[in-house]
Design a protein around this ligand. Structure first.
Ligand code: ATP
Length: 345
């Protein structure tokens, strides 16, 4: 079977890490038909649209996307393409598993956390205006509908995957109405899942707790902005942004993308670590039912990190993005040969 997937290479380090990932995915033997599109500033130059209609139609058709980061201009310019895609396709749950890779030494070994971030509203609704010169207003939108559906996603995931605890993260002592509503919704949903321990922590305290003892958490559920910030913090616990994968799930479609942004400081130099996008692609393979290919890549990642000679700089190596990808492909080939050899009579 051939899987049709919408591919958004993005910009900055996006094209490099996506190209490396696509090469590895194709080396598994799974068949893909990629529908590749630009988005953001690059798309605007060509199509006068930040999200071209062709891209939009492709996602509606394939319902699965693999995406690199797209730069959002700071302090002006067009609104975030990442946020717009999540809103447009109602990809309401952002799912970010935070786990150590074997053989990467970090301050905290054995972390196993999941960040579930509401993806469609909060302060990322982008409703801002200047009230009078020198005074601006930015609206934080929290709805019962979005808070309930993302809470349900987190609890369903916990139930299916035998996770034990969910903490809803908030600042409802200050934002009594907005974060108060988010909390009420997660609390209500929690009652339907008595086997899962439910707790509530204030976001600033959570930051400290995560740095002091990340092991106390299991699943962290939160609105958009807290999810963005805590995801980067959690990435730091397990070796950095080059490693942590992500997925955006809706009822109809899913788009898989790393937690990191376009990292302009290292773009175009063949030094970015493609592991985060590659691990996002593993989530995609599982979503597509291609579990064997996912396992194959996963053990190749383990092998390359164990060997250490082809790692990128962010994790203490000297290899380039493409050399790392070559090493993963080589490790997959060695595995296949080993399996074939062990099948010999
Ligand atoms: P955004 O807010 O757009 O999501 P971010 O805050 O996640 O962006 P990044 O653009 O990802 O920020 O970059 C933060 C830093 O992390 C960069 O300076 C870069 O050096 C490092 N970094 C990010 N991704 C990678 C990667 N794949 N490989 C190596 N280093 C990375």
């Amino acid at each position: 079977m051939t899987h049709k997937v919408t591919l958004i290479p993005g910009d900055g380090i996006g094209p490099e890490v996506i190209q490396a990932t696509v090469r590895i995915l194709e080396a598994t033997g799974v068949k893909f038909e990629w529908e590749s599109f630009a988005a953001g500033a690059e798309a605007f130059e060509k199509y006068k649209e930040y999200i071209p209609k062709e891209l939009n139609d492709s996602i509606e058709r394939t319902r699965v996307g693999l995406k690199g980061p797209v730069t959002t201009p700071i302090g002006g310019g067009f609104s975030s393409i990442n946020v717009e895609l999540r809103k447009r396709f109602e990809l309401f749950a952002n799912f970010r598993p935070i786990r150590n890779l074997p053989h990467i030494p970090t301050r905290y070994p054995g972390v196993d956390l999941i960040v579930v971030r509401e993806n469609t509203e909060g302060l990322y609704s982008g409703i801002e205006h200047e009230v009078v010169p020198g005074v601006v207003e930015s609206l934080k939108i929290i709805t019962e509908k979005a808070s309930t559906r993302v809470s349900r996603f987190a609890f369903e995931y916990a139930r299916k995957n035998k996770r034990k605890k969910i903490h809803s993260i908030h600042k409802a002592n200050i934002m009594k109405l907005s974060d108060g509503l988010f909390l009420r919704c997660s609390r209500t949903v929690s009652k339907e899942y008595p086997e899962i321990t439910y707790g509530e922590h204030i976001v600033d305290n959570t930051c400290m707790q995560l740095v002091m003892n990340p092991y106390q958490y299991d699943i962290l559920l939160m609105e958009n902005l807290y999810g963005d910030i805590l995801s980067d913090l959690c990435a730091g616990l397990v070796g950095g942004l080059g490693l942590v994968p992500g997925a955006n799930f809706g009822h109809e479609c899913a788009i898989f993308e790393a937690v990191h942004g376009s990292a302009p400081d290292i773009a175009g130099k063949n030094i970015a670590n493609p592991t985060a996008v590659l691990r996002s692609a593993l989530l995609m393979l599982r979503h597509l039912g291609e579990t064997d290919a996912a396992l194959k890549i996963r053990s190749a990642i383990d092998e390359v990190y164990r060997d250490r000679s082809k790692l990128t700089r962010d994790v203490g190596g000297t290899a380039g993005t493409s050399e790392f990808a070559d090493a993963i492909i080589q490790a997959m080939e060695t595995q296949s040969t080993a399996v074939a050899a062990s099948d010999q009579p």
